[in-house]
Design a protein around this ligand. Structure first.
Ligand SMILES: C[S@@+](CC[C@H](N)C(=O)[O-])C[C@H]1O[C@@H](n2cnc3c(N)ncnc32)[C@H](O)[C@@H]1O
Length: 282
């Protein structure tokens, strides 16, 4: 981790900027590893062509990046992330997949180490939602995009999730999660703002869409349940929720129990809403 980059953008209200979930939670790692360009960048792939130079901004462990590299080959892909541990994982993943046209570097989206007009395409997935200053990052991303280049961003929107059954304890998890995240300086409802943010940052031909991440079959339901229970039991999360008076220990235990039992219910269903946007640098 590049500490100076990670702490440079401290916000007195929410503390140092950092990735909310950390880099070693078993279920977060599994969630990120399961992502692919075919699924999470489906809406962006039609804009990519062989030979393009592409930057994946906040590439994490590179599970989407390797698919983007295949889409633009023989063009070169760079994945940038603030966390060295993720960059190491991404390098291993690309080597393991035999993807030779992707390289990975540590850095912050607030100060990208590339000249102006370097890339034909920029991509970012589930990253701006974690930043204290998403607009500032977008302006920096715009700087390194070539005129005529294309940008694609996808972020969650906690105001649009679908959850069944209508059990208040299940819904409480989503509410607490969003409140804690916002308290850390994140933006749980960024998905709906992407169109406006891109226009404000000076991009043109902006096209916004939306989609869901589905947890609707046996394996998906079990995974979402484990993810929810593990997060609600995370020591740092529990401490923050208690300190802010968002819930007490008994309520957290009841939320965890409801999510544990949820996958066995015949009416269990979860779809997490995401906003997506594509634009051009004029
Ligand atoms: C939810 S993960 C998404 C990773 C990947 N894009 C994916 O969808 O699997 C968010 C990533 O953003 C990175 N990140 C957070 N703040 C950053 C910053 N200022 N500059 C670059 N990367 C950052 C984190 O280290 C983390 O890997």
């Amino acid at each position: 981790m590049n500490d100076s980059a990670a702490t440079h953008h401290d916000n007195p209200a929410s503390g140092p900027e950092r990735y909310t979930h950390g880099y070693d939670s078993e279920f977060t790692l599994k969630q990120h590893a399961g992502r692919t360009a075919a699924a999470q960048a489906k809406w962006f792939l039609p804009y990519l062509q062989p030979g393009m130079a592409l930057l994946d901004c906040g590439c994490g462990s590179g599970s989407i990046t390797v698919g983007l590299a295949v889409a633009v080959a023989p063009g070169q892909v760079v994945g940038v992330d603030i966390a060295e541990v993720e960059i190491e994982r991404a390098r291993e993943r690309a080597a393991g997949a035999g993807v030779a046209n992707a390289r990975f570097v540590t850095g912050t989206l607030y100060a990208l180490d590339f000249p102006d007009d370097s890339f034909d395409a920029l991509f970012s997935h589930n990253v701006l939602e974690h930043l204290h200053e998403p607009q500032r990052a977008l302006r920096e991303m715009r700087r390194v995009l070539k005129p005529g280049g294309v940008i694609g961003i996808r972020d969650i929107d906690a105001g649009g999730h679908l959850l069944a059954p209508d059990d208040p304890l299940l819904h409480r998890w989503l509410e607490l999660y969003a409140a804690d995240w916002a308290g850390l300086g994140g933006h749980p409802r960024l998905g709906r703002r992407l169109r406006g943010l891109l226009l404000e940052a000076g991009f043109s031909d902006v096209r916004a869409t939306a989609s869901y991440e589905l947890y609707s079959d046996g394996e998906g339901l079990r995974f979402a349940s484990q993810l929810a229970v593990s997060r609600v039991r995370e020591a740092a999360y529990v401490e923050r929720v208690l300190a802010k008076g968002l819930a007490d220990r008994e309520q957290l235990a009841a939320v965890a129990a409801a999510w544990s039992a949820w996958p066995q219910r015949s009416d269990a269903f979860l779809a997490l809403a995401h906003g997506e946007v594509v634009g051009c640098k004029p």
